[in-house]
Design a protein around this ligand. Sequence first.
Ligand SMILES: NC(=O)c1ccc[n+]([C@@H]2O[C@H](COP(=O)([O-])OP(=O)(O)OC[C@H]3O[C@@H](n4cnc5c(N)ncnc54)[C@H](OP(=O)(O)O)[C@@H]3O)[C@@H](O)[C@H]2O)c1
Length: 219
Amino acid sequence: MQTIGLVGGTGDLGRALAVHLCKKYKVKLGSRTISRAQAAVTEILQDKKGGSELRQNLLPVSNNEAVSDSELAFLTVPYESALETVKSLTTEFQRGQTLISCAAQVSKRGKEFFGESAVSLSKQIQDVVPQCEVATGFQTVPAVVLYKEATISSDVFIACNEEGTFRKVAEVVLTINGLRPLYVGTLEHAGQLESLTALLLNVGLRNRLKSPTFKIHSF
Ligand SMILES: NC(=O)c1ccc[n+]([C@@H]2O[C@H](COP(=O)([O-])OP(=O)(O)OC[C@H]3O[C@@H](n4cnc5c(N)ncnc54)[C@H](OP(=O)(O)O)[C@@H]3O)[C@@H](O)[C@H]2O)c1
């Protein structure tokens, strides 16, 4: 069974991914503090009534172990700390490992949200860990809904440099009911994805839409 690591797995998105991914994978939920990882796992087990897959497959670990013991890792820490977090874990990443950055750049001025990433975070991360295949995705999937629901109808936009990396990420995305992985292109496009959340939050705010997401239609 493949192992997936969650760096910063104690937050909303990490917990939501953990609940779904442990149905198919061993999931190492990471934190800077092991006691926080343990508390998060205990809370998830209580909240979700501890199904056998959760009890067997969900493990609390340090962020270091979430990276060093996984074939594929999600980076689910705030945008502002994402690059520093990856830098602090550089030696833990292995050659060929896949790292998916979920960080979204959103700042708030008054009532409005802005997403202005001059240089995409994911491109900077790729430079720090050249041994890894870096992808970016999940920015437009609302974590609270993902945590609560068994199925979530949403598209997951993914940018990464190689189509082979996209296929690996897509395989994981497809294990979550209702999610559709869509390839955006290389990390040159990552900045667009990282700032899409601001657009989504403004649309939600201005039109009174709760937990908005993207679902592309074609004709
Ligand atoms: N929430 C959503 O709906 C959603 C959806 C899509 C994408 N995202 C993106 O996914 C990422 C995670 O979102 P979230 O809502 O789960 O975030 P969060 O709850 O604010 O943070 C997640 C975890 O990051 C760790 N963390 C916090 N500050 C840190 C720092 N300075 N350095 C290193 N680690 C730190 C904490 O874990 P420990 O204290 O246990 O280490 C925290 O539990 C964000 O970049 C967000 O933009 C969020």
